[in-house]
Write a protein that binds this ligand. Structure first.
Ligand code: ADP
Length: 287
């Protein structure tokens, strides 16, 4: 598997129609992909320990997807192997009245990662160029006329790109992941949620309403991804009909990003080593 196949950094166009959502890489079977994931979780743990100890770079991982594409499972999976002290998850819901009273990036900025930390955004400010665009929701909030131009979403892509560039230039990596499923796969997942009583809670009627806007969402995703993919803050579009494959790709992307940061445990100076030796003696000789 080569994660560059799924990477969009502005050098090529993302065409959603040409994208096969049902890939499984060169894995022999699901078990082989899961073995690789286990290895990656081990790598992730040691890289995260060093990221945290070094406390210089922070990492923002954004997950975007249509309903039932496996966003929650992917978040759970990334969280599964790492030290909870070094990772936070932020869910982006329908904005509250306080959030709507600010600019749309405000709530994301408040939740942005600290140095040494990994922050996961389960949905993100991209909703403001996805659901908002599909349903014209920007027309329902108090925005001045001068903002409500036909270019409002082009303007937002630019603002988002600038914000992400700002994060990158200030020591934060931004990884953007779109879990791409087919409409058929979504139907299968919805039916499972209806047929399996243990999954009923996951199903909401509203999800089916949104499914009715599938084509508009696909167009919005395609536009947003093409407009905001950059070398420093790329998008990864992951074939997600097979969730085990998607998770293997996600693991590899996160590990390779952390490896490129190459965090190191802080070095202990000679004076500190001397001090530690003295304290050690004191502890050993304690009465
Ligand atoms: P999820 O589907 O992520 O598990 P929810 O079922 O609570 O969680 O869905 C969150 C909802 O909030 C989604 O329908 C999403 O489109 C909506 N949402 C998020 N951000 C915005 C926004 N800026 N404007 C309007 N709706 C939003």
């Amino acid at each position: 598997m080569n994660i560059n196949d799924f990477r969009f950094d502005g050098s090529k166009k993302f065409k959603i129609k040409d994208f096969d959502t049902n890939q499984d890489g060169k894995f022999k079977d699901r078990a082989e992909a899961e073995d690789l994931r286990e290895d990656h979780i081990m790598d992730l743990q040691s890289l995260q320990d060093r990221l945290y100890a070094e406390g210089k770079e922070g990492v923002l991982i954004i997950f975007q997807a249509m309903d039932a594409a496996g966003k929650d499972g992917a978040v759970k999976y990334v969280m599964s192997g790492v030290n909870p002290a070094g990772i936070t998850v932020h869910n982006f819901k329908v904005p509250s009245s306080e959030e709507l009273a600010h600019d749309y990036l405000w709530r994301a900025m408040k939740a942005a990662p600290q140095r040494g930390m990994i922050t996961i955004f389960n949905r993100s400010y991209y909703e403001d160029v996805l659901v908002v665009k599909v349903h014209d929701l920007h027309k329902k909030v108090a925005l001045p006329e001068r903002v409500l131009t036909k270019d409002i979403f082009e303007d937002r892509y630019e603002q988002i790109k600038n914000y992400e560039k700002h994060l990158h230039q200030n020591g934060f990596r931004v990884i953007k992941i779109f879990l791409n499923i087919s409409k058929d796969e979504q139907k299968k997942q919805f039916l499972q949620r209806i047929d399996d009583p243990a999954k009923n809670w996951k199903f909401s009627e509203g999800d089916v309403v949104e499914r009715g806007y599938w084509d508009q969402y696909m167009e919005a995703y395609e536009d947003a991804i093409n407009a905001t993919s950059t070398q420093d803050c790329p998008w990864y579009v992951i074939p997600s009909d097979k969730k085990w494959f998607a998770r293997a790709v996600i693991a590899e992307i996160i590990v390779s990003t952390l490896e490129s940061i190459d965090p190191k445990f802080p070095e202990v100076s000679e004076a500190q080593k001397q001090k530690l030796a003295e304290i050690r003696d004191l502890l050993i000789n304690e009465k």
